[in-house]
Structures are given as C-alpha cells and as structure tokens.
Design a protein around this ligand. Structure first.
Ligand SMILES: [Zn+2]
Length: 342
C-alpha cells in the first residue's frame, strides 16, 4: 500500500479577506500536524498548474478567461461569499492540477490511494460561475481527466461535505459513467440535493442524494455508507473512487451543525478503503473541500491519512441510526431501489 499526498504552500496565496472562514490557516494547521511527525509514511505528489484545456473539461472558456483577469488584482468579489486575491487564479489552477496529478498517482496502482490537500475547494463551482468558496471544481476536473485521458470507464464520487456538491452533480447529471453520491445537511446551503434529484436521461440512478437534518453522528454516517453507498458501489463496480472530503461535518465546525468525531472520520475513511479494495484495487483519492474548525480538521485529516496508509482501528463504531435518520433515508432507499440492490 502506498499513500500519496498533495501539499503546496502556494495554495495559501489564495486569500478571500480578513475573517473569512475559508482561510490559509486551514492548510497551515494541517501542515503543522503532519510536520510534527507521523507513525506512517506518505509519498509526496508534486502539484502543477492545470492547463486551460484541462479546466475546460468542466468550465466554460469565458469563465476561465474572466477568472484569469483577477490575476494581480488585490480583491475581486465573485459572489456574496467568494472572492479572489492577486494569486487566487494561480492557486486554483494548482489545486486542479494537483488533483489531476494525484489521480494519476493512484491510477498507477493497485495498492495506491491519496489525499489532495488543496485550496480553494471545488464542489460548488459551476460551469460558468464561482460559488460557495469554490473557483474550479477540482474533483470534477480530475474525474473528466480520468475518463478522457486515461480511459477509466466508471467513477464513483462520494461527497461527505456538509454542503451539497451542486457543481459536481450538475457536471454529471445526465451521465451513467460517473456516479455522484452525496450526504449533506438539508435544507441548507446551496439549496440543492433533494432525495428525488436522481439524475436525468441515461444518468437516472447515477445521482444519489441523501439529505439529512442537523446533528448526524458517526453511527448515522457509518450506517448510510455501509447500507446505501456500499451496495450501490458494489453493483456499479467503479474503476476509481473520488471523494469530496469536507470536514465541516465535524462536531465542532462553526458552519456545519453535524456531530461527527475524529473516530467518525477515520471510520468513514476505512469504509471507503474497504469499498475501493473490493471494487477497484484500492484506487481511492480524497480531495479536501470545506472544514472550518481549524484544529479539529487538522486532527481529522491526520486520522484519515493513517487509515489510508493501512491502519486498522481498535475501536469499532456501531453503525446505528436514530428513528429520525431512518425516516430521512427511507425515501432515498425507496427511490434508489429502482436502480440498485438496496
Ligand atoms: Zn462545505
């Protein structure tokens, strides 16, 4: 087993303004923890800027051109919560390119996985629009790279960020080669992700939304991953698994309102490692999305990396759900049963 990591101080050239929660300190705290010493080993993957052609797998050329003009400008407000600084465009190219490099590292497996610790995040970015702290959709761009340049036939994207990954969903809504699975708080920002958003045309059944109320625990997430994601993934047989890893479901996150502990993140990572081993030679790439409890996120990332690197837990989390959660996931199971063995 070889676990790769993408880290680069240039991601922190992206700065959206004083007091913004999506801040350079997020990656700095992770770097501090990783540099303090690890009881497992990681392989460094060098990031590089994505080309315009690669960004254009997902984004409109006019949008890329528009964003390139923010270069050198101190502050450009793109939407109510998203802005650029003078080097944000370059950081965003590097985040997408670093994610592509990580995808190639993992694809060269079996026995390889990776975590791309990038900023800015990506899953809210739309084809022609920045949104929700996101400039380019790193995960969607890497998925298209795998399909177009590497001939990968089926990709599973799992998104555990507390917010719905609208950009990723919209990029692949009519496709049956890229399956998008999202757990998210609902109703909540950005407003999409109802259980009956299941894909369109050939893509029906290849979008799986699990909208949840606040306060979900380790047991809730584990249950959903084992009993909904697991069976779907085993039937879909992905050749590669991408994860939009958002740490804003952490119990102490200032935005999320969920109740996942450090052990919960490790449990989710283990679950995905197992699904990847069962279906695609362990090929699994996590990509950082949100997460605003600086210290908690850093600790959680380290625990997730340890699991990617092969550690097993002494502590078994019970995949156990409340009646509320049972009621919330019932319509998801009912509608997805038309497509999957649930
Ligand atoms: Zn989020």
């Amino acid at each position: 087993m070889s676990t790769g990591i993408v880290r680069d101080p240039r991601f922190n050239d992206h700065f959206m303004g004083p007091g913004h929660v999506e801040c350079p300190e997020r990656l700095e705290a992770i770097a501090d923890i990783l540099d303090a010493g690890l009881d497992f080993s990681l392989d460094r993957i060098e990031a590089r800027p994505a080309s315009s052609d690669e960004i254009a797998y997902i984004h409109a050329p006019e949008y890329i051109d528009f964003l390139s003009h923010t270069r050198g400008r101190a502050h450009v407000q793109l939407d109510p919560d998203t802005a650029t600084s003078s080097l944000s465009f370059d950081a965003a190219l590097l985040a997408a390119g670093g994610t592509i490099e990580a995808a190639d590292f993992v694809l060269a497996g079996p026995g390889r996985n990776a975590f791309a610790l990038v900023r800015p995040p990506g899953h809210h970015a739309e084809r022609g629009q920045a949104k929700g702290f996101c400039l380019f959709n790193n995960v969607a761009i890497a998925a298209e790279h795998l399909v177009r340049k590497r001939g990968v036939r089926r990709i599973l994207i799992a998104d555990w960020d507390v917010h719905h990954g609208n950009g990723t969903q919209n990029a692949f809504y009519s496709r049956n080669d890229i399956l998008f699975f999202s757990t998210h708080r609902f109703p909540f920002y950005p407003g999409s992700g109802r259980w009956d958003e299941i894909g369109a045309g050939e893509g029906r059944g290849y979008t799986v939304n699990v909208p949840l109320s606040a306060g979900k625990t380790d047991g809730d997430y584990l249950f959903i991953y084992r009993n909904i994601l697991g069976p779907i993934a085993r039937a879909f047989e992905p050749e590669f698994i991408l994860v939009s890893a958002g740490f804003d479901i952490f119990a102490g996150d200032p935005l999320g309102g969920m109740n996942v502990s450090l052990e919960g993140f490790a449990g989710l990572a283990s679950e995905l490692v197992t699904v990847a081993e069962d279906s695609c030679g362990g090929r699994l790439l996590l990509v950082l999305e949100g997460g605003y409890h600086i210290e908690g996120q850093a600790l959680a990332v380290k625990d997730v990396l340890r699991r990617l690197a092969g550690a097993r837990s002494a502590l078994e989390i019970r995949a156990d759900i409340s009646i509320t959660t049972h009621k919330e996931i019932s319509p998801v199971i009912d509608i997805q049963r038309r497509f999957w063995p649930l």
